[in-house]
Structure formats: structure tokens, C-alpha cells
Design a protein around this ligand. Structure first.
Ligand code: ADP
Length: 199
């Protein structure tokens, strides 16, 4: 199994790259942002709870997010691996994910962090907002708030996995194909190492 965290600020291209990576590596893609949008679209109790936070650019509380993530992982008992996108975003979420992987008899193998500067991500989110219909992409204050939360609450997750030697930085600026190639090289190195160690 290869379990990856695709990491990076809002608008850094995680969703775009994850869609390409699942095709190539046959992994299950779990995006907590997509899951919340699905719940909100269906106006479920979970969606209604999440909406209040997402609209303001706040994080949804850990308890809700972790529960949703666990359910989703358990729906794929035969997965060859997972790509986690937008999760973990806090240290308690990182700890919960490690525990969940241990329960499944596996582990997180790498955190791949897309590096994109603030000016570039603000530009990308604004552009996405023109077509995404996401209210959190269309308000300058909310976009800035999401970036601030990323810096304060989410970047410590990079350090958390770095302590285990798992965090790697990838230049997230360039064409979609260039960035895909950079990520693929990192993932190939991880899977080759697993094969060399007897799977
Ligand atoms: P972005 O592309 O801006 O990173 P996402 O689609 O990943 O956005 O997430 C959209 C919103 O959903 C976040 O701003 C946050 O409110 C909520 N959300 C997504 N993932 C999490 C998480 N792991 N913990 C808490 N809130 C989350």
C-alpha cells in the first residue's frame, strides 16, 4: 500500500493533481473539501453543520472532520492506497490519521507539499471562483482568512510528518504536467523503495 498526503495551501492545485495521480497509481482519493461540498449540496445534517464554518473560511471542527474521514476510509477496505487531500489540516487530525492507518495495519508513507506563494494562490482562487460557484472563493477577506489559518494551524502538520522523515517539498508552480511529473518522481521513489524492501 502507498498512502500519501497531498499538502499545500488553498488553491495550490491539490485537487487537480490528485485527479491525475489516482489514474496513474490506482489510489483512492479522499478530499475532505469535496466530501463537505457533497454533504452541503445534499443538505444533509453533516452538510448543514459544515456550512457555517466553510462559508466563513473557518476550519470545520476536528471531531466532525475526523469522523467523516474515518467513515470514508472504512468504505474502501480493499484500497491499494489512499491520497488524502485537504486532510490532515490540524495536529489532532494528523494524530487521528496515524492512528487510523495503524488500525488498518498500514501507515502514511509521505506528505508531499506543493509550494506556491501567496500572490499566486490568491490569483488562482479568484480565477477558480469565477466558475466554481464556491462562495468561499469569491470574497477577498475569506480567501485571506483561509490562507492565515493554513499558516497558523496547518503548516505544523508539515513539521509533524517531517519529524518522521516523511515530508517533502515540491515546486507547485509551472504547468499541470510539470507538477504532475515532479510528484510522480517522488511517488515512484517511494514505491521503488517499498519493492526493494520486499513490498
Ligand atoms: P481549498 O482548495 O481551498 O484548500 P478545500 O476544498 O480543501 O479547499 O476545503 C474547503 C473548506 O472545507 C475549507 O476552507 C474548510 O472550511 C473545510 N475543510 C476541508 N478540509 C478540512 C479539514 N481537514 N478540517 C477542517 N475543515 C476542512
Amino acid at each position: 500500500m502507498v498512502n500519501l498526503i497531498l499538502f499545500g495551501p488553498p488553491g495550490s492545485g491539490k485537487g487537480t493533481q490528485a485527479a491525475l495521480l489516482v489514474e496513474k497509481y490506482k489510489l483512492v482519493h479522499i478530499s475532505t473539501g469535496d466530501l463537505f461540498r457533497f454533504e452541503m449540496g445534499n443538505d444533509t445534517p453533516l452538510g448543514q453543520q459544515a456550512k457555517a464554518y466553510i462559508a466563513k473560511g473557518e476550519l470545520v471542527p476536528d471531531e466532525i472532520t475526523i469522523g467523516m474521514l474515518r467513515n470514508k476510509v472504512h468504505k474502501h477496505p480493499d484500497a491499494e492506497g489512499f491520497i488524502f487531500d485537504g486532510f490532515p489540516r490540524t495536529i489532532p487530525q494528523a494524530e487521528a490519521l496515524e492512528q487510523l492507518m495503524a488500525e488498518e495495519g498500514t501507515d502514511i508513507h509521505a506528505l508531499l507539499a506543493l509550494q506556491v506563494d501567496d500572490a499566486e494562490i490568491i490569483g488562482r482562487i479568484r480565477l477558480r471562483g469565477e466558475t466554481s460557484g464556491r462562495s468561499d472563493d469569491n470574497d477577498e477577506k475569506i480567501i485571506q482568512h483561509r490562507i492565515d489559518i493554513y499558516k497558523n494551524e496547518t503548516t505544523p502538520v508539515f513539521d509533524f510528518f517531517a519529524r518522521e522523515g516523511k515530508s517533502q517539498r515540491i515546486d507547485g508552480v509551472g504547468t499541470v504536467a510539470d507538477i504532475f511529473e515532479r510528484l510522480s518522481q517522488k511517488i515512484d521513489a517511494i514505491t521503488n523503495k517499498q519493492l526493494a524492501n520486499g513490498g
